[in-house]
Ligand binder design. Structure first.
Ligand SMILES: [Zn+2]
Length: 214
């Protein structure tokens, strides 16, 4: 129940997102193909609309390691990681532009003509503050297993997996548990099984076309 692009928790109105948009004639044969589907929030889906997508020109959350690609901060900003090589940085920037993740306020009309106003920066700031608060509370009660379990539940209901991973950067055990709390994340092969550090480029275990770009 998370948007594949902005990572927020989406309780309702999760949209099936066609990576290569079904509205463009060239991509119509892909309409029913699993590898062309992602789940996305209506905001990301509506911003992306019918923009043509070349799989080799963007980083995609089902085939690349998008945690390694971006840096988040307390101010709600999202930036391309300088750890990436120049080519990967370009791809990471293209993804931000595709779904408008680098923009602050937006007015978007969804597929049903409903107006959606959104402040992505504020949402990320709130997630960051929630994660920092949880980390501090946990630090005040080291070894409190019930508290740790509650923190993981909070992360699941807040979403923004990458933000939680960044806030808990110095705590490998919590990072391991966060990876397991978000289903499918471990199986993506995007994290070292010993250190839980992100692996870049992604190993792309499903052998999706144009996966594991660097
Ligand atoms: Zn989204």
């Amino acid at each position: 129940m998370y948007c594949s692009y902005c990572e927020r928790y989406v309780a309702t109105q999760l949209a099936v997102e066609h990576i290569q948009p079904k509205g463009l004639p060239a991509y119509q044969p892909l309409q029913g193909r699993w590898e062309n589907f992602l789940l996305a929030c209506v905001n990301c889906n509506s911003t992306k609309k019918d923009k043509p997508v070349s799989l080799s020109d963007v980083l995609l959350p089902d085939r690349d390691n998008t945690l390694a690609a971006y840096l988040y901060s307390a101010g709600g900003e999202i930036q391309v990681s300088s750890q990436l090589n120049a080519h990967a940085q370009q791809l990471a920037k293209a993804t931000l532009a595709l779904v408008g993740l680098d923009r602050r306020g937006q007015t978007i009309v969804d597929a049903n003509g409903r107006l959606i106003a959104l402040d992505r920066v504020k949402q990320r700031m709130e997630a960051w503050m929630t994660a920092v608060d949880a980390r501090q509370k946990l630090a005040e009660q080291p070894g409190n297993a019930a508290m740790a379990a509650l923190v993981l539940r909070l992360a699941q209901y807040t979403g923004f997996f990458s933000i939680w991973m960044e806030v808990f950067q110095a705590e490998p055990e919590m990072r391991r548990r966060l990876i397991d709390a978000f289903p499918g994340t471990r199986e993506s092969g995007c994290f070292d099984p010993q250190t839980f550090e992100p692996i870049q480029p992604a190993p792309n275990p499903d052998h999706l076309p144009h996966g594991g770009k660097a």
